[in-house]
Design a binder for this molecule. Structure first.
Ligand SMILES: [Zn+2]
Length: 77
């Protein structure tokens, strides 16, 4: 069982945290490395709050698993 409770655990498992602003209908990605650098690595993901750069609203969060690299994918035509 892999623990991904905090921002640092999420980052170390190569997951990303997508952010969505309802007001702007805009997707973004949290800069987890920068948050960890700033000492926020221990913060539980569920408690982290992110604000939209454009409108200042609290945005929605969505944990995303790592995307497989294209090199491992087999193309079918
Ligand atoms: Zn916004």
């Amino acid at each position: 069982m892999i623990s991904m409770r905090t921002i640092e655990e999420l980052h170390s498992q190569n997951h990303t945290l997508a952010l969505y602003c309802l007001s702007c209908n805009r997707w973004g990605v949290a800069d987890l490395a920068r948050l960890i650098q700033n000492g926020k690595g221990d913060k539980p993901v569920t408690e982290a709050r992110f604000r939209c750069r454009d409108c200042g609203e609290i945005v929605e969060k969505q944990v995303r698993p790592p995307v497989p690299s294209l090199g491992e994918a087999v193309a079918y035509i």
